[in-house]
Design a protein around this ligand. Structure first.
Ligand SMILES: Cc1cc2nc3c(=O)[nH]c(=O)nc-3n(C[C@H](O)[C@H](O)[C@H](O)COP(=O)(O)OP(=O)(O)OC[C@H]3O[C@@H](n4cnc5c(N)ncnc54)[C@H](O)[C@@H]3O)c2cc1C
Length: 371
């Protein structure tokens, strides 16, 4: 088989890209070594929450993505989204002033023993169902891709070939060397519980407790553990990590303790424990676009290291390879919105906003390298 696009990674990033490209009339295949939504995407809450606070580039991106994505899911799979809003309780990072002083529609609300700001535009989705639905019309191959071989205008694999590649690999080792995108994993655990308590909306402080979902379970998530690659310092909960140290019980206890501070969940029974690693970069912005060949571009324009900017079209790129990554803790908020931006950039030549572009990271990285 020959495809217009082969997407490597069947999480929210890859699945959303596959969906928009397929809808734009392209032939699309998706590969994943684990299956659909088996990486971070399968572990996600997946809470869709606004980011309040004084308006800046990052929270504007999140909030634009949120409103786009909520309407997208509502149209795509109405039964897959529970939209009941979120009550945000203040904490050290978000005090009352910060929660109140923003442009998002909200109101002050007291609920049982807690109080906070209620934002109507928030929801929760079933992450695996969403990814599977997005991929239902695309060919899917379960394969571990080890390398990209380009010949005569195509990337060639054992059973198929493709004109374009989209790398949507999350925390996994990238198939290309683009050192300016420095992904680090942030591990976490989320649990789904049964309870006789009716939770009317999502509640968020440092962790989130969801409203009762369509299957009547409640999600509680997620813990966050930065990952040091030094084995002796590592104390994460991810069983895919070579330095895995099992602290599931501690994580679950911590989630339940934090949930109890927000609401009493009666007759609680844990029905599912999910864990995974979110991919982040230092700035927390996601990244997407055509992959710049760092070595070749620097060889062609050594003055880039001194801060010279070159018109985009003159930089050197890997042929027809794009990436979408670093969706952080908001993969299901960002997924549909970023996929649309990437599609418009690839098919219509629309510029990717600077703050999420690869170029920005490329120049920043080059400037920090020895001349
Ligand atoms: C515990 C937890 C809770 C979270 N809660 C939320 C939440 O409430 N709301 C929210 O929006 N987000 C949440 N997130 C974040 C969200 O899950 C991530 O941002 C998102 O899933 C990242 O999606 P992705 O497609 O980039 O990566 P992934 O879902 O990790 O997908 C990458 C895929 O690529 C595949 N792959 C990589 N390399 C290869 C290769 N060479 N060959 C074949 N396959 C390959 C992997 O197998 C993997 O399946 C949470 C994450 C975690 C871990």
């Amino acid at each position: 088989m020959t495809y217009d696009f082969l997407i490597i990674g069947a999480g929210t990033a890859g699945a959303n890209c596959a969906y928009v490209l397929k809808n734009a009339g392209k032939s699309v295949a998706v590969v994943d070594k684990e299956g659909i939504a088996k990486g971070a995407s399968g572990a996600a809450g997946a809470f869709l929450s606004p980011l309040p606070g004084k308006k800046n580039l990052y929270n504007s991106l999140v909030n634009n993505a949120l409103s786009y994505s909520i309407s997208f899911y509502e149209k795509l799979i109405p039964d897959g989204i529970t939209k009941k809003g979120v009550l945000r309780v203040s904490n050290d990072n978000f005090d009352k002033t910060k929660l109140d002083a923003n442009a998002l529609k909200h109101k002050f609300l007291k609920f049982k023993n807690i109080e906070g700001y209620y934002y109507e535009d928030a929801a929760i989705v079933n992450p695996s169902d969403i990814c599977k639905y997005l991929l239902k019309d695309c060919d899917f191959y379960q394969e571990d891709i080890q390398e990209l071989k380009f010949k005569d205008g195509y990337y060639n694999f054992k059973n198929f070939k493709a004109k374009n590649i989209i790398l949507a690999q999350g925390v996994n080792t990238p198939l290309l060397n683009y050192p300016y995108v420095d992904i680090s994993p942030m591990f976490g655990v989320k649990i789904d519980v049964k309870t006789s308590t009716k939770v009317p909306f999502n509640i968020h402080k440092s962790i989130s407790v969801s409203a009762n979902k369509h299957d009547n379970t409640v999600a509680i998530g997620a813990t966050q553990q930065n990952h040091s690659m030094t084995p002796t310092e590592c104390n994460t909960t991810c069983d895919k990590c070579p330095f895995y140290v099992n602290t599931d019980e501690e994580d679950i206890e911590s989630l339940l303790k934090q949930a109890r501070e927000l609401i009493d969940l009666n007759d609680l029974e844990i029905v599912k424990i999910s864990k995974g690693a979110r991919a982040t970069i230092k700035s927390y912005f996601p990244v997407l676009g055509k992959v710049i060949d760092y070595e070749k571009s620097l060889k062609k324009y050594p003055s880039i290291k001194k801060g010279t900017k070159i018109p985009s079209e003159l930089l050197e790129y890997y042929p027809n390879i794009y990436t979408i990554n670093a969706l952080g803790s908001r993969g299901f908020v960002f997924g549909p919105y970023l996929a649309k931006i990437l599609k418009e950039s690839i098919l219509e030549g629309v510029d990717i906003p600077k703050e999420i572009s690869l170029e920005k990271l490329f120049y920043k990285y080059a400037r920090t390298q020895e001349v």
